[in-house]
Design a protein around this ligand. Structure first.
Ligand SMILES: Nc1nc2c(ncn2[C@@H]2O[C@H](COP(=O)(O)OP(=O)(O)OP(=O)(O)O)[C@@H](O)[C@H]2O)c(=O)[nH]1
Ligand SMILES: [Mg+2]
Length: 266
């Protein structure tokens, strides 16, 4: 499962499209999950995605599903995880997830992927800072798309500089691949880089270790949700309000109350 993320308009969909074509040529089946951004200025591009994706609609070897981030805070990562599991289980050879790398939600989705490709473009200006903050650490492979534009070398230097500051604890140095997705340039190199990381993951059981780590995080989230739901169901709205009032009026302290509830809902 491959996650692709990057700023709005970086060419993620174009890259996904090119990769899907390449994998289909290798006779591998492909599942694509495009997570629609809530961001208003990318609205037009989504329509563009759909139109481009229609090329594939006649091909039963490709399954495309898009999901909206709007109004599903937090729940999205879970929904995406479920869809991804279904795709995995249905025996898709490759599953590609496209998200805009802007918020925590997107970072969470990307965490579900076995391999994460972070897409940057020349001339992002301040956006680079935003991307650096959240997404840089989770990149297994960097793509500098729109390398037909000026400044690709500079982005590469910036990535290298950041890499020299922070060593990954697994010892992997994410390769940097330059692409012009709209022309199909560098796609083969990207696929090779993906394969390279896949082989690396196979060594010393790294893939399993990574998967255990991911599941550990996801189990905690699922457990938290399940326990919260249980406690809520037991308490009901009325009791909750009553307790809040007791705390506000200094009749009870919140810590002992929470402990009581936790015990009661066991
Ligand atoms: N010059 C140039 N344009 C590109 C390249 N790759 C994609 N584009 C164009 O950039 C625009 C945005 O591409 P998309 O693939 O929709 O980008 P995206 O990252 O999926 O966009 P959002 O999903 O809206 O965040 C389109 O007009 C593409 O044709 C490239 O390598 N060079
Ligand atoms: Mg897109």
């Amino acid at each position: 499962m491959l996650g692709l993320t990057g700023p709005p308009g970086a060419g993620k969909s174009t890259l996904v499209d090119q990769l899907a074509k390449l994998y289909r040529k290798q006779d591998r089946t492909v599942g694509i999950i495009a997570v629609d951004p809530t961001s208003p200025y990318t609205g037009g591009a989504i329509l563009g995605d759909r139109i481009r994706m229609q090329d594939h609609f006649a091909d039963p070897g490709i399954y495309i599903r898009s999901m909206a981030t709007r109004g599903s805070l937090g729940g999205l990562a879970r929904t995406t995880a479920d869809v991804t599991s279904v795709l995995d289980a249905s025996g898709r050879d490759v599953v590609l997830i496209e998200t805009v790398g802007v918020g925590q939600d997107e970072v969470d989705i990307v965490r579900l992927a076995d391999i994460t490709v972070v897409i940057l473009v020349p001339g992002m200006g301040d956006d680079v800072q935003t991307i650096k903050a959240g997404i840089m650490e989770i990149a297994d492979i960097f793509v500098i798309n729109k390398s037909d534009r000026d400044g690709a070398e500079r982005v590469e230097r910036e990535i290298r500089a950041l890499q020299s500051l922070a060593m990954r604890n697994d010892g992997w140095t994410p390769p940097i691949v330059k692409t012009v997705a709209s022309e199909g340039t560098g796609i083969k190199e990207l696929a090779e880089a993906i394969e390279g990381y896949e082989s690396y993951l196979q060594e010393e059981n790294r893939a399993l270790k990574k998967s255990v780590e991911n599941w550990q995080e996801r189990l905690i989230e699922m457990l938290r949700d399940a326990m919260l739901e249980k406690a809520r169901a037991q308490l009901g709205d009325g009791r909750m309000k009553q307790m809040a009032a007791e705390i506000a009026e200094h009749k009870r302290d919140p810590y002992s109350l929470v402990e009581e509830i936790a015990k009661a809902s066991q």
